[in-house]
Design a protein around this ligand. Structure first.
Ligand code: AHG
Ligand code: MN
Ligand code: MN
Length: 357
């Protein structure tokens, strides 16, 4: 029995009908959902699909591409390549904007995506995802790179798909964050998680601690305090998780709270962070904010950063609001030097804090 269930199409019609070009935005999001279903079918074949392993190429970030990175990128492009909706696309896997086949006026939207997030996990059968962001294209000209350099606050829609035990599509059009589960037998996305709300308080953090020696002092301070648990200033125990698939880590935070950090670090001075502002940070920040959470660089709201380069990297700190406010406060105290008591030798002894500050 499928009566009474809200499918993605019904949801989009209801939520976008007050927009001028709501029908077009709905059409684009349905195309994205179709691409997601195709990628789900492909990743769901696992080793049987014959697509595990490296493609033998590198992307613009100097990262080895897996075969599935390349395939997922092609699937996204092929499903959304229509000037009736889209003026241009940009992807983590392509150095330049992707031209859209045109048979008339250029479309109203720009589509930006990370076709396969967490792809180093895919051959291990660990959850991966697709992240996407929709921006407006104001001009009637074919877009160039500069047209994509819009801050996250200008996004009109964003979301991600997670290819886990179930495939889910989690999206926002600026009216809350909503989760749809793919009913594989009938091929529909069904609204299963309306109005997702991230709990404001949490006792769970996610960070790759192998980078600890490269972190800035305020992040070292925060994680040290979490690890001190009930015996430290937080006066309660914390749990830690790290999947190395941003989509999967963020999805857990949307479901039960938590904080995710891929902060600025000094491993490679040319890189102010690991994650990409346009393909990863901004769309996830929009989803998180619309679910009542917060997303920051540590120093400012992520979605207010004006991109200077399509492939720019950025520190990402997001999740339960109270924790993000605390981490921002720690960055501020560090900048002003008012975290000195924390950085005193006495504190270091008590906390085993060993950063050179
Ligand atoms: P991608 O697979 O698109 O390159 O993204 C991987 C990202 C993100 O998903 C994850 O949080 C992070 O890289 C993991 O990085 P580490 O391997 O440094 O932990
Ligand atoms: Mn990614
Ligand atoms: Mn990727």
């Amino acid at each position: 029995m499928y009566t009474g269930r809200t499918t993605l199409s019904k949801f989009l019609i209801e939520h976008l009908q007050d927009l001028d070009d709501g029908g077009q935005l709905a059409g684009l999001l349905v195309d994205v959902a179709a691409a997601v279903k195709t990628i789900a079918a492909l990743t769901g074949r696992g080793a049987l699909g014959g697509h595990h392993g490296d493609a033998g190429s590198e992307n613009v970030h100097g990262e080895a591409q897996t075969k599935l990175d390349v395939l997922a990128d092609t699937i996204m492009i092929e499903h959304c390549n229509w000037n009736g909706l889209v003026a241009g696309m940009a992807s983590e896997e392509n150095e330049q904007p992707i031209p859209v086949e045109t048979d008339g006026p250029v479309g109203r939207y720009l589509l930006v995506f990370d076709p396969l997030d967490g792809s180093s996990n895919v051959a291990m059968n660990v959850s991966v995802g697709t992240i996407f962001s929709v921006l407006r294209h104001a001009s009637s000209e074919t877009p160039v790179a500069a047209d994509f350099l819009q801050p996250g606050v200008r996004q009109v829609a964003a979301g991600y798909a997670i290819y886990g035990p179930a495939t889910m599509l989690v999206l926002t059009v600026g009216k809350g964050t909503h989760g749809f589960t793919l009913d594989r037998e009938v091929g529909n996305f069904v609204l299963t998680h309306p109005s997702i709300a991230i709990p404001p308080e949490t006792s769970e953090f996610a960070i790759n601690t192998s980078n600890e020696r490269f972190w800035e002092p305020p992040v070292q301070r925060y994680v040290t305090e979490c690890k001190a648990g009930a015996t430290g200033v937080r006066e309660r125990d914390f749990n830690m998780r790290w999947i190395a698939s941003m989509v999967a880590d963020v999805h857990r935070i949307l479901m039960r709270g938590g904080v995710f950090l891929y902060p600025r670090d000094f491993r490679d001075p040319t890189r102010p962070g690991r994650l990409r502002l346009m393909y990863e940070a901004n769309p996830i920040a929009f989803v998180v904010e619309q679910a009542g959470g917060a997303a920051s660089t540590g120093r400012m709201r992520l979605m207010e950063v004006v991109p200077e380069d399509m492939h720019q990297r950025i520190p990402v700190i997001l999740g339960s609001r109270a924790e993000i406010e605390r981490i921002e406060r720690y960055h501020g105290e560090y900048e002003q030097g008012t975290d000195k008591p924390y950085r005193s030798p006495l504190f270091k002894e008590r906390s085993l804090y060993r950063a050179e500050v």
